[in-house]
Design a protein around this ligand. Structure first.
Ligand code: ADP
Ligand code: MG
Length: 271
């Protein structure tokens, strides 16, 4: 449903994105990962046109997004960033219903949706709907940021390191909730992280980038089983590689995963 055709981006005479070709499927949780500066955020921001490609095209459902009105486009693409900025002078309920209201969803329906979403992330609507952001913990605010992006029921959600500012325990809780939530709502989600454990835990497919290019796109198990070269092994880390492979080997039916191979093919996955 989201397709990059030979997309490049040059900023200050430096090519930071180099001829990306990729397809993100409908209902898939697609994780972009790689070292700092490799181009994850730039790639993501091209999907909602916060950044325009220097060349190449991006299509959503076969339509070239450069021909669409950016404001209209963004109303159908939820966006969550690391330091979500809830509006401080609006209640949680008002924050979550901003976009549905912009889209003229009737207010009763808005109320219902806000309650339902708060419930989904374990925040009792009766308790939290009328509070202000400053009355919530960091983890609670980030949960609100996530459901705010979902409130207008957009088919696509972009998430740029949404959990990375949280303490490890809260982060793991949110990852678990998020996996459950995604099983229920089945959105097309593009999720940026630099944390391989997070990627392995949540992704349907992982796209590992380096210096503006794709190194490997694969399902987590495949990435572990058949890392495409030294960079992938190094990025995953040999210890994690062994640990996760052991976990997969004990949790998957026999035959799903073979012994660790260090393949040299550029990618085993669909591009
Ligand atoms: N607005 C900008 N001005 C100058 N350089 C930028 C800008 N945005 C991104 N870059 C550069 O592009 C590269 C990719 O950045 P980014 O997509 O933010 O990487 P990541 O999210 O993977 O850390 C980096 O080298 C970064 O410095
Ligand atoms: Mg980034």
């Amino acid at each position: 449903m989201i397709r990059f055709h030979n997309v490049s981006k040059t900023i200050n005479q430096v090519q930071v994105i180099k001829g990306l070709d990729l397809q993100i499927r409908e209902g898939e949780l697609f994780v972009l990962i790689g070292p700092s500066g490799c181009g994850k955020t730039t790639t993501m921001k091209m999907i909602n046109r916060l950044v325009e490609p220097s060349s190449g095209t991006i299509e959503i459902n076969g339509e070239d997004i450069s021909k669409k009105d950016p404001v209209q486009l963004r109303r159908n693409i939820g966006y969550v960033i690391q330091q979500i900025a809830l509006f401080p002078h609006m209640t949680i309920g008002q924050n979550v219903s901003i976009v549905p209201k912009l889209k003229n969803v009737p207010s009763q329906e808005c109320e219902r949706r806000v309650d339902e979403l708060l419930d989904l992330v374990g925040l009792d609507p009766k308790k939290f709907k009328d509070r202000y952001p400053s009355e919530l913990s960091g983890g609670q605010q980030q949960r609100v940021g996530v459901i705010r992006a979902m409130a207008a029921d957009p088919p696509i959600i972009l998430m740029d390191e949404p959990f990375s500012a949280l303490d490890p325990i809260t982060r793991e809780q949110l990852q678990d909730e998020f996996v459950r939530l995604q099983k229920a709502i089945k959105k097309t989600i593009v999720f940026v992280t630099h944390d391989m454990d997070e990627a392995l835990k949540i992704a349907d497919r992982i796209c590992l980038m380096k210096d503006g290019s794709i190194v490997q796109i694969d399902k987590p198990a495949q990435l572990l089983q058949n890392p495409a070269g030294e960079f992938v092994i190094e990025f995953i880390g040999p210890k994690r590689l062994q640990k996760h492979l052991r976990e997969y080997n004990t949790s998957q039916p026999p035959g799903e995963i073979g012994p660790l191979q260090t393949g040299t093919s550029k990618s085993g996955g669909v591009r």
